[in-house]
Each structure stands twice: as C-alpha cells, then as structure tokens.
Design a protein around this ligand. Structure first.
Ligand code: PLP
Length: 393
C-alpha cells in the first residue's frame, strides 16, 4: 500500500467511496468483504493466470517501435494489449470479475460498454463460462461501433441500446445500474473501468495490474532495469492507465503521462477532458472529478472515441492528477486521428482510437536521448474502421 493506492474506506485522498442506493448496499458490501480474499486465494490465482496465459495470450509483447523512437529521439516501447484475445485490455478485467462473481454464487452478468470492447470481452467470458449476459450500450455507440454489437450478439449476449441522454457510455452505465437494482441477489455488474463504488476501482486496477507486472519483467530482459522513464496511457474511466502504472506508483523515477479526450478542443464545449474541466461530485457510485454545470448537472461529454466519451474519471486518476503524480494532457480528435494514421502507415499497426490519444500525447513531451518510454496500446482499431474511413475521404 502507498499514498496512491486505496485506503480501507475505499478512498484515494478525497476521491472514491461507495455512494449507492439502499437496495445495492448489501451486494456492494458483500463484494467489499469478499474481493481481496478471493483475488489473493491460490485457486483464483491459478485459474486467472492460466486463462490470461492460454486464453488471452499473455504476456502481451513489449515492442520497440523503431519509427516512434526515431521520431521522438528516444526509445519508445509499445505494450501490445491490442494483441490480446478480443483486441483490447478489457478482457483481463472481464475474466477476473466473472471468476469472482462465480465464486460469490452469482448466476447472471450485466455490463455497460462504450466502444464495445468491454461488452465483447464480457460476452466472450460469459460464453466461455456459460453465464447469461446482458450488455447496455448507448444508441450512438451502437451505431458507431456496430461490428462489436454483432460480435456480442453472436457470442450469445443480449445487447440493450440505451436512448437516454446523448446515448453514450454514461447513459449505458445508468441503465446497467438500474438493472442491478432490480436483480441485486443473483446478478454481478461487471464494471469495465476503474470507476463505480468501492471496491470496483481497486478491483479493476488490481486485475489490470498484470500489464505493469509484465512491463517490469520485459524491461528487465530488454533494458536491464525494470522501470521506464515515462509511462503513457489514454484515460477514459482509467483501467488501462491504472494497469500500466500500478506497479510504478511509488517509483518517483517514472513519470506518468495520461491522455484524455480533448474532443474538438477543451474550450469548445465538445470534449471529454474530465480531469482538466471536471469538478468534484458523485457519479455512478463514487466521488470524483465530473464535468458538470454550476448547479451540478452533468455536462454531456463528447469525443470521436467512444471509449473515452465519459464525463467522469476513475478516482485513482483524479487523485494522481491532484497530487501532480500524473501529468494529464487533453488530445483533440484531429491529433488522435493523425497519430493513428502515423502508426498505421509507418509501423503497420492500426490502433484503437482510444490508444491513438496516448500516441498523440508523445508529440507534447520533450524527451532526452537516454529516455525509455513505455506506451500502452490499449486496443486494436478494427472497431474504428468506419471513423477512420470517413477521415480518409
Ligand atoms: C481500446 C480501448 N482503450 C481504452 C479505453 C478506455 O477505457 P479505460 O480508460 O478504462 O482503459 C477503451 C474503452 O472502451 C477501449 O476500448
């Protein structure tokens, strides 16, 4: 435990906690009581590690990008979560949570999804473990991430398009919470990011920490030291970023750079730059930074990238930003799209639009020639082909 990990009350500094309706108290409390014992048990670890290795294909490679290294004048490694089964980091968390849910006697799984990656990951694990699965997805996202909707249906999940608000991730999360309130006994809600009431942010960060555990090992083999000078990751709710930095939180040699969605520019009224624009409030069960009006109404977020289109942020990242442990950069749609095409044309890797925000952030930092940088490529771009094709026209 260190000053950046969760305390026993579920807080990171002033952020976090568990603010849930009365009807959910018992199941959130049951989860708080159970999650660490389950996750630290040998039987869980054996099953989880075996699936990460043989089903997901871990460890994911740490790839030295020649092109990015030359361009930025230092060594840049990509942590290839895009090569995981189902195409993103989300599967690490989905496997872990469904295993925990099974051990707690839950028989039904629900999830929210933005880009569809978490929905596909959860539907995949439910097919593997033969559990019924319902995924809530905003109608806007159903349209812009259509291939993922069809994948979830093929996997046997029920996809419910949500038509409230601006029909994106926040609205899907509201609907999933409503479902959970109606079925608290038998249902586990697999939250896809480091958001929600305690213990979700901590549980998801721990499940994703496999990313930084592998980086340590892989850097030791390649560079004979286990830490980089910089870690880069994009932040929606914050799970790939939390997994990337988890093992390095108290290593002051490692600088953390997080890329959030600047949309059409942070002053344009069309962005999801929550850390830059947010004020403290409660959303989806935790106290964190939220994009809101003077009188506390949620400001509808906007990003070209469905997975970053969220008005809140994981409490761990709100805390890291406030403590200046992490530097947070807002990346515009255009900057992300350019970075995605640059990686595609020069490295032969089509990144997810979310990950492209982290790539674009490289342009905003001055490196020295001895610097070693690790950037987590959180997912692959297959789901974003429609957006990329429109940009090419
Ligand atoms: C590929 C990819 N990267 C990043 C994200 C953002 O989520 P998080 O901040 O939890 O990693 C998403 C969300 O859907 C995603 O699909």
């Amino acid at each position: 435990m260190n000053q950046f990990t969760v305390n026993e009350k579920g807080y990171y500094g002033e952020f976090g906690g568990a603010y849930v309706p009365e009807i959910l108290h018992k199941c959130v409390e049951d989860l708080q009581q159970a999650y660490l014992d389950i996750m630290e048990s040998d039987s869980f670890q054996q099953e989880f590690q075996a699936l990460l290795r043989d089903y997901v294909g871990r460890p994911s490679p740490l790839y030295l990008s020649k092109q990015l290294s030359e361009r930025h004048g230092c060594k840049i490694y990509l942590k290839r979560e895009d090569l995981n089964h189902t195409g993103a980091h989300k599967i690490n968390n989905a496997i872990g949570q469904v295993l925990i849910a099974r051990r707690m006697g839950k028989t039904r799984i629900i999830a929210e999804t933005g880009a569809g990656q978490h929905g596909v990951a959860t539907a995949t694990v439910c097919a593997l473990m033969q559990m019924p699965c319902t995924v809530y997805m905003g109608k806007t996202d159903v349209e812009r991430q259509f291939p993922n909707v069809k994948k979830m249906e093929m996997l046997g999940a029920t996809v419910v398009p949500v038509t409230s608000g601006n029909m994106t991730l926040k609205d899907a999360t509201n609907e999933a919470i409503r479902d959970w309130c109606s079925h608290p006994e038998d249902t586990h809600y697999v939250i896809g990011s480091t958001i929600g009431p305690h213990p979700y942010p901590d549980m998801v960060a721990r499940l994703q920490s496999v990313i930084s555990k592998e980086i340590k090992k892989q850097l030791t083999e390649k560079e004979e030291r286990d830490f980089p000078d910089y870690l880069f990751a994009c932040v929606g709710g914050g799970s790939n970023a939390a997994g990337t930095i988890y093992e390095y939180l108290d290593n002051e040699n490692v600088k953390i750079v997080l890329a959030e969605a600047g949309g059409k520019g942070i002053d344009s009224g069309y962005s999801a730059a929550t850390i830059q624009l947010g004020k403290i409030g409660v959303l989806h069960g935790c106290k964190t930074l939220i994009m809101q009006t003077e009188d506390g109404q949620i400001v509808e977020p906007y990003s070209v990238s469905a997975g970053l289109d969220y008005p809140g942020i994981g409490p761990i990242h709100a805390h890291l930003a406030k403590q200046q442990r992490a530097r947070v950069l807002a990346i515009t749609d255009d900057e992300a799209l350019k970075a995605a095409f640059n990686l595609t044309r020069n490295e032969g890797i089509i990144p997810a639009l979310e990950s492209a925000h982290a790539l674009a952030a490289l342009d905003k930092v001055e490196f020295s020639s001895s610097d070693i940088v690790v950037l987590t490529l959180s997912g692959r771009g297959d789901k974003d082909m429609d957006t990329y094709l429109k940009y090419m026209d």
